[in-house]
Design a protein around this ligand. Structure first.
Ligand code: GDP
Length: 512
């Protein structure tokens, strides 16, 4: 009996979770929208802090000197708030594309993405790239066309552009009332309700235009269909102005009303449904402690199923040991609160001293490994130059720790030469250098390496060994000991691929 009521609770709690991220091209208004969303969700103190006065954001993550200096947000944080009877987890992603790996991993932990588009600029390069990542996982997308209070492209042209550029069906969920400086609110296409900042008189030209446009839209565009949205084929489109706080609650109301709730997560052996009773969790992000004197870290884990409670002991599947949840943390706005319980769909912070890594699975005992957290083959490969030879061992430890956090990827050449670090964006190298100096007191420089392309190599043992022997100077092991072939050019890599048909070469490694 008690078991039954417990499972009922889990299902109910899971059903009201909404875990999402905002994706956009820089300057489209992600920060402003985040702030307005948090304000609508009652996290007002936070709202004041997402964007400090002045033009640079100052979030909690600002502890890192480099981040402050450059005014970019490097690390991902999580904000939890309540709205419309739902518990929302908003996963923040770094603004700068040099840290896109972090963003990609974060997208593996969400059920939905809000795509913010600048009404004047339409679809931009980074929006498209992030959208493609969402599509890989069939993540439902809600579109928010921002900055409607300024000169914007024609609404039909914008909808067409989204549809064509992303090969996605679009359906207007709201329609803007007035344009540019006369933009006063929205009209909800489904409930047929007006939501304007000021009352409009009958015959107001904005209402006349609205009627005509909505008629056209209805005739030309598909209606909202839950199933198509859930599958990621149809995006409901909201018009608004984050700055003027127009359209923000439309967006949250819709997320509360039609979700999506936490999705099932793939593992090597089966899909785990979020409403299962037993707890499972997936680590998708590691963040170093803000205090450089302590080497403890925070692992961000998505609870994939069940009810997680403080004090619980879970199985750390990769190392086959128990992991006790003494002080799991919720990220409610700025304050870290001790969690008593969390449910499928929630994100929790798990303090640890290096036992948890990106991609790790925690369970109540089942031998499961979640899949889908990606590593991307880096395009920038550098040798680490150490000036103080006495610190070689310390450097090695530091590099392993930082690689485990996902700051860089680490490749240990099989011929014993110095380690190679791989990054997707050059700013990652700056972060590595400054953290090695600040936290480990190991000053380093970087030297060019002969390599520009890295691929994970897979195949049967004998074929792999033979390949590694022939290419000894170009082989390295990654953090998990998986073999990586490093090559000086795309041409050389293609040759290796052609000449070794018994092996496969991969530019993405899925952890798990
Ligand atoms: P992010 O880079 O995507 O996080 O974008 P921000 O939120 O920092 O916004 C970029 C710029 O656009 C800032 O100057 C904002 O004040 C401005 N902005 C954001 N939303 C709106 C909006 O709805 N209307 C107008 N006019 N400006 C906006």
């Amino acid at each position: 009996m008690s078991d039954l009521s417990k499972s009922g609770d889990v299902a109910q709690e899971v059903a009201r979770r909404r875990t999402f991220a905002i994706i956009s091209h820089p300057d489209a208004g992600k920060t402003t929208l985040t702030e307005r969303i948090l304000r609508a969700g009652g996290a007002i103190q936070m709202a004041g802090n997402v964007r400090a006065k002045g033009e640079r954001r100052r979030t909690r993550s600002d502890w890192m000197g480099i981040e402050r200096d450059r005014g970019i947000s490097v690390v991902t944080s999580v904000m939890t708030f309540h709205y419309g009877g739902c518990v929302f987890n908003l996963l923040d992603t770094p603004g700068h594309e040099d840290f896109s790996e972090d963003t990609y991993r974060t997208l593996t932990a969400v059920d939905c993405a809000v795509m913010v588009i600048d009404a004047a600029k339409g679809i931009e390069a980074r929006t498209r790239k992030l959208f493609e990542i969402c599509r890989l996982r069939d993540i439902p997308i809600v579109t928010f066309i921002n900055k409607m209070d300024r000169e914007a492209q024609d609404c039909f042209a914008l909808l067409d552009e989204i549809s064509n550029a992303l090969a996605l069906d679009v359906t207007p969920a709201t329609w803007p009332v007035g344009r540019a400086k006369d933009f006063v609110g929205t009209y909800d296409v489904r409930t047929k309700k007006l939501n304007t900042k000021e009352p409009l008189e009958e015959g107001d030209p904005r209402l006349v235009a609205l009627e005509e446009e909505c008629g056209l839209a209805e005739a030309a565009l598909p209606e909202f269909e839950q199933e198509f949205f859930d599958e990621g084929h149809l995006t409901p489109v909201f018009f608004g102005s984050a700055m003027k706080e127009i359209g923000v609650t439309d967006l949250l109301d819709a997320l509360a009303a039609y979700g999506p709730p936490p999705r099932a997560q793939p593992t090597e052996t089966r899909e785990v449904s979020a409403v299962e009773d037993k707890v499972t969790a997936l680590v998708f992000k590691i963040q170093a402690n803000m205090d450089p004197n302590h080497r403890d870290r925070m692992a961000f884990a998505r609870v994939c199923s069940g009810r997680l409670t403080r004090g619980m002991r879970l199985k750390h599947v990769r190392i086959g040991k128990q992991f006790a949840l003494h002080t799991p943390q919720f990220f409610f706005a700025q304050d870290r609160q001790l969690v008593e319980e969390a449910f499928g769909g929630d994100v929790v912070g798990l303090p640890n001293h290096g036992t948890l890594r990106i991609g790790d699975t925690l369970t109540e005992g089942e031998e499961l490994r979640f899949t889908g957290v990606p590593y991307f083959a880096p395009e920038i490969l550098r040798r680490v130059r150490l000036d103080d030879a006495m610190k070689a061992k310390k450097l090695r430890q530091a590099l392993v720790q930082l690689a485990e956090e996902g700051v860089v990827q680490l490749f240990q050449p099989q011929d014993g030469s110095p380690p190679i670090v791989g990054v997707v964006g050059v700013l990652q190298l700056d972060v590595l250098q400054s953290r090695l100096q600040a936290e480990y007191k190991v000053p380093v420089g970087f030297e060019s390496s002969p390599y520009t392309v890295a691929r994970w190599v897979k195949g049967d043992k004998a074929a792999l060994e033979k390949f590694a022997q022939v290419n000894r100077t170009s082989m390295a092991d990654d953090l998990d000991g998986d073999p990586v072939f490093l090559s000086s050019s795309g041409f050389m890599m293609n040759r290796a691929v052609e000449m070794n048909e018994d092996l496969t070469f991969h530019d993405i490694k899925q952890i798990g």
